[in-house]
Design a protein around this ligand. Structure first.
Ligand code: PMP
Length: 388
């Protein structure tokens, strides 16, 4: 793990330290620091001030299923989805979580039948198509719950009672996915963390039963730790809320207010006539991602030993243009015969990535974050192109 630089007393931390041309470049986590540059340019649009007496109560909206949800966040979440057209919001409950990670756990809790493990009832199986996001097995099993259990790749799963996690665009490989399993007693949870215009064409308004989103990937505010779920069924929404009540008695209001202001700044930049074009997040994000993917494809071609997923494209209903997919991660394969473990090969060249094996896939693959700061990304691409 990188050493974090010690901030001055009272000053906020800056995350990962600055890099130099011979630094170790850590692209293992999907830390979305690329977006700092954009938000630096937006002035006070996303700023908030919270007086000492505010946000003190546990409660936010006692009449709501999600009683700790700030109404302002509820409003801005719905407004942004209506603007982008990536998910239906009418008839849905909005739930807030400490990152979408907490909501993912809440969904497992809510969807698992109340089994009596002492009576021998088996835990609910949790599956996802490989390569799957490495946190799914880790988060599912870390408390060894009697309610649910990780059961691996959805493609090889036998049985008809399970929860299927559908991540689209997929972490790690950027694929557009749909649920592969279907049975009466199965339920899908759609993790749409990357279903935003900077990463992919918005081809349809998603209207699944449970959809998870997060500011970590949409605006880049991972440190704010705010995610939200759009949930159709009231009882499922209630049980998910109960999980968060038992787990953390709600979600930081300060963070919710900040997330609401950030989302508001994003929508305002498209909806208010007086805002500058430079303040349009998705335009910025798309431009950056297109540039980074073209740099990466050139570097992989120059090295001759790496391959990347094929570029796909679609008509984006948000931009009203054809758009290519620019995944937030590169799913990079090392084609050199003698390299069986791409992550350790790259580590030898001071590039830290996550091995394919952590995603239920071949260790010839690695996942590389595409969302780091410019300086680190530039060094990474340059180093990669020189490898033979
Ligand atoms: N889902 C996916 C697919 C992710 O890639 C991530 C972040 N890496 C998350 C969920 C979790 O995001 P959060 O920061 O909101 O907990």
């Amino acid at each position: 793990e990188p050493q974090l630089s010690m901030p001055k007393a009272g000053a906020p931390s800056t995350g990962k330290p600055a890099v130099t041309p011979d630094s170790v470049i850590n692209l293992d986590h999907g830390d979305p620091t690329m977006f700092e540059e954009f938000w630096r340019g937006t002035g006070s649009a996303a700023e908030i001030v919270i007086p000492g007496w505010q946000t003190m109560s546990y409660f936010s909206d006692v009449g709501n299923v999600c009683w700790f949800l700030e109404p302002g966040l509820d409003h801005e979440v719905r407004r942004l989805h209506r603007l982008v057209g990536n998910a239906a919001v009418d008839g849905y409950h909005v739930l807030v979580g400490t990152g979408s990670t907490q909501l993912f756990m809440a969904a497992l809790y809510a969807l698992s039948p109340r089994t009596d493990s002492a009576a021998g009832a088996a835990p609910m199986s949790v599956v996802s198509t490989a390569p799957y996001y490495s946190s799914y097995p880790a988060v599912t099993d870390f408390l060894q719950s009697g309610l649910f259990r990780w059961a691996g790749d959805a493609n090889t799963f036998k049985g008809d009672t399970y929860i299927e996690l559908v991540c689209s665009p997929n972490n790690p490989d950027g694929a557009i996915r749909e649920a592969v399993l279907s049975s009466e007693s199965s339920i899908a949870v759609h993790d749409l963390a990357y279903y935003w215009p900077q990463y992919t064409a918005i081809t349809k308004r998603a209207d699944h039963d449970i959809m998870l989103f997060t500011v970590s990937k949409s605006t880049g505010h991972a440190g704010t730790r705010i995610g939200w779920a759009l949930v159709k069924d009231r009882d499922v929404a209630k049980r998910m809320t109960k999980f968060i009540e038992l787990n953390t008695i709600g979600v930081s209001k300060d963070s919710q207010l900040r997330a609401a202001k950030v989302l508001r700044a994003v929508s305002d930049a498209y909806e208010l006539p007086e805002t500058k074009e430079a303040h349009r997040l998705f335009d910025y994000g798309r431009r950056k991602m297109v540039e980074r993917w073209s740099m990466l494809r050139e570097a992989a071609a120059a090295s001759g030993i790496f391959s990347l997923p094929e570029e796909t494209s679609g008509f984006c209903n948000f931009t009203k243009e054809m758009a290519v997919t620019n995944p937030a991660f590169a799913w990079l394969r090392c084609d050199r015969e003698d390299v069986e473990d791409c992550a350790s090969f790259l580590r030898g060249h001071k590039i830290l990535t996550r091995s394919g094996s952590q995603f239920g896939a071949d260790p010839r693959y690695v996942r590389v974050s595409m969302l780091d700061r410019d300086d680190a990304y530039d060094i990474f691409v340059k180093r990669l192109s020189s490898l033979q």
